[in-house]
Ligand binder design. Structure first.
Ligand code: PEP
Ligand code: MG
Length: 423
């Protein structure tokens, strides 16, 4: 049966922050694909730009223009193309848009279309997307799972944005999730007993009333121990500092702690945490405009822990190559909607592999039930997978899909564990 595109339709749906988002359905005679665009809150300035309506509806976050772009220009340009030619489809999207960041047709419209095309190709072959991407894939990535949310995901209640656990010594992805869920529960108890539980943050981690970032790290260690696990040996800590949110021009202003640091001073704070806590991964420790800061910490600690570029690298192959050359990170976070198409996201991941950098496929803070990133992490063989916590369905959608992949692989499944970490 034919894998030529018969129709591309755009639809207005909802994301986990109660904002409209774009769903795209791509139909061929051989199979149909469907995907939803996620959305970030702490975005890097180099990301593909979502097309939003402006005006008052949902604070200017409505997507009727992006949906119209799918039903109009995108459908006209892609109808008749072959869904098995992902690169050609993505190239057509780039040509149609004509801007570096998809500002005309919308990064949200572009990424949902690109992902839906991949799903349609997999459906046409009658295999799950991960198997379509790599029939020989057997590795399940090492997850980092949020326990406390802060920064832009919890109204600045904590300066740093994510505190996550990394189940290094679990025997399978299923056991990694068991551990993460126990730690999450234990952390909730810890907060509750101290009157510090303020709710749930955007990615399902607790929204805590901490007085300082170090206190949050102490609480996470206590929560790991409270779950009967050993911090460091069994479970490491990852943090996403998301420093672009509170730093620029080499100055870092921590509103919660009421302190200000220059680049070197902030570096000392971070290196002090690395000495005190079993941290195995630090994301965006310095702001996106501060490659000197990123170089400073990569030099000091990049041979023993992951230094991850998110806002700093925005899933861009050129930036990944530059980071490798300058040693400003040793790992790239891969978010397809930062790139705008799967081909561009894949190019960033390939650039990382060619330059000896690690890669972590990541969810966004605004998510849906879409599970494409699970399939990308397995089918593209990323070492890591960053995902939110067990209290929210758009996050457990990813947990449960990864469990389905692990079960389908059966005895062939290999959980990456500590080997999923760079370096
Ligand atoms: C997932 C993240 O948050 P957002 O989607 O808001 O960028 C992140 O910063 O890594
Ligand atoms: Mg980040």
């Amino acid at each position: 049966m034919s894998t030529e595109i018969i129709s591309v339709t755009g639809h207005r749906r909802w994301d986990s922050r109660a904002r409209p988002t774009v769903e795209v359905v791509v139909r061929t005679a051989a199979g149909t694909g469907r995907a939803l665009a996620p959305a970030g809150a702490s975005t890097g300035s180099g990301e593909a730009v979502d097309l939003r309506d402006g005006g008052d509806a949902f604070g200017g976050h409505d997507v009727t223009r992006a949906v119209a772009a799918v039903n109009g220009d995108i459908a006209a340009a892609l109808t008749g193309m072959d869904v098995t030619g992902q690169a050609a489809v993505d190239q057509r999207l780039e040509e149609l848009d004509g801007t570096p960041g998809f500002s005309r047709i919308g990064g949200n419209a572009a990424v949902a279309t690109s992902m839906a095309v991949a799903h349609a190709a997999a459906a046409a072959r009658g295999v799950p997307l991960w198997r379509h991407l790599d029939p020989a894939a057997t590795r399940l990535p090492l997850p980092e799972i949020q326990v406390f949310g802060g920064g832009a995901h919890a109204h600045g209640r904590l300066d740093i944005q994510d505190l996550l656990v990394v189940p290094l010594a679990a025997g399978s992805f299923a056991q990694a999730l068991d551990w993460a869920a126990e730690i999450h529960r234990s952390a909730g108890r810890w907060l509750d007993e101290r009157g510090r539980l303020a709710g749930t943050a955007d990615e399902g981690g607790w929204w805590p009333a901490f007085d300082s970032n170090a206190e949050a790290l102490e609480a996470l260690v206590a929560a790991i121990e409270g779950a009967g696990l050993t911090p460091g040996d069994q479970v490491g800590i990852a943090i996403d500092v998301a420093a672009t949110q509170f730093g620029s021009g080499g100055t870092y202003r921590l509103a919660r702690e009421g302190r200000e640091y220059d680049r070197d001073g902030w570096g000392e704070v971070l290196l002090g945490w690395l000495d005190r806590f079993p941290i195995v991964s630090v994301e965006d420790p310095f702001a996106e405009d501060d490659p000197d800061g990123m170089a400073l910490i990569t030099k000091a600690a990049g041979d023993r822990i992951q230094i991850v570029g998110d806002d700093f690298l925005v899933t861009d192959a050129e930036r990944v190559r530059a980071a490798a050359a300058r040693r400003t990170a040793n790992t790239v976070l891969i978010k397809p909607n930062q790139a705008g198409t799967l081909t561009r996201a894949r190019a960033a991941l390939d650039a990382a592999a060619e330059s000896g950098l690690g890669a972590i496929v990541s969810a966004r803070s605004g998510e849906t039930e879409d599970v494409t990133i699970v399939h990308l992490a397995v089918g593209w063989g990323s070492g890591g997978f960053k995902v939110g916590s067990s209290t929210r369905g758009e996050r457990t959608a990813k947990w449960n899909e990864m469990l389905r992949v692990e079960e389908e692989l059966g005895t062939a499944a290999r959980y990456a564990g500590r080997a999923g970490l760079a370096p």
